[in-house]
Design a protein around this ligand. Structure first.
Ligand SMILES: CC(C)(COP(=O)(O)OP(=O)(O)OC[C@H]1O[C@@H](n2cnc3c(N)ncnc32)[C@H](O)[C@@H]1OP(=O)(O)O)[C@@H](O)C(=O)NCCC(=O)NCCS
Length: 234
């Protein structure tokens, strides 16, 4: 798959191509993670994956990863992980352990800073969801964690019907939304319960989560990032 993209360093158009990665790509993936983490303004947005964790997402059966290349250089990747007990996010949302084997985590994504703004997270998330539906049809639940105020990540995930259900402390006390999509039955929002909440008002969001509201939409209004939160129809 080829894409025309913009390199922010020189504002020029470039051609990128997307392919599935494997263990031979491990070093490129690790290098991209290192550069991306070093450039992060908010270090709490992203937890570093260990070598073993990076190998897992490149190993058939444990997960899979799509990468974007310009001139054979990896500039972005997006990974899905089939979780073990420790990695399973269902337990944070009250799903039983029985559902672990039918769950997949949208695990990690990095894009080099000069290529951000090309919507790679969105494009690669869609590819990964298609791959799950096609080749892993036993998977029912899609889950993810996202740091508060990582708005581009929220935008690129909420748009696929993966909604935030709870805000918890994870990964050694970092705040994370836990997101879920049920591929078997789309969530129906109760329009009558709609509330608009500031993106950084975590206190109000927590209160609404406790009343069974979910975050399902992000938007900018008057230069402020806001979320739409609603209850689900039962
Ligand atoms: C997260 C990351 C991959 C996203 O990069 P990207 O795909 O280039 O994202 P974009 O800049 O194109 O933004 C995606 C969307 O977020 C939207 N967005 C960005 N900031 C927003 C805000 N404050 N409010 C609402 N929407 C916002 C953009 O408008 C865009 O939506 P659109 O496609 O409808 O226009 C990249 O920023 C990155 O590598 N970050 C560091 C690592 C990281 O945080 N990874 C995620 C956790 S593992």
């Amino acid at each position: 798959m080829n894409l025309i993209i913009i390199n922010k360093n020189n504002n020029k158009k470039e051609t990128a191509n997307i392919r599935k990665l494997n263990l031979n790509d491990f070093e490129m993936v690790q290098k991209l993670q290192d550069i991306s983490l070093e450039n992060l303004k908010r270090k709490d947005f992203c937890v570093e994956l260990t070598k073993d964790e990076l190998k897992a997402i490149l190993t058939e059966g444990r997960g899979f990863t799509y990468g974007v290349f310009v001139d054979n250089n990896l500039i972005s990747f997006y990974s899905v992980l089939f979780p073990n007990e420790e990695e399973y996010l269902g337990k944070d949302m009250g799903l039983t352990k029985d559902n672990m084997n039918i769950s997949a985590n949208l695990e990690i994504t990095h894009t080099l800073s000069n290529y951000q703004g090309n919507k790679f997270q969105k494009v690669l998330c869609e590819l990964c969801l298609e791959e799950i539906k096609k080749n892993y049809s036993h998977i029912r639940y899609i889950m993810a964690t996202i740091a508060p105020q990582n708005y581009s990540s929220m935008a690129s995930t909420l748009c696929y019907g993966v909604y935030a259900f709870v805000l918890k402390n994870k990964y050694n006390d970092l705040k994370r939304y836990i997101l879920l999509r049920d591929l078997e039955s789309n969530f129906n929002l109760d329009e009558n319960t709609l509330k608009v909440v500031l993106g950084d008002d975590l206190v109000l969001q927590k209160e609404l989560f406790s009343k069974n509201y979910v975050i399902h939409k992000i938007f900018i209004e008057n230069n402020e990032t806001k979320f739409k939160m609603s209850k689900l129809k039962s």
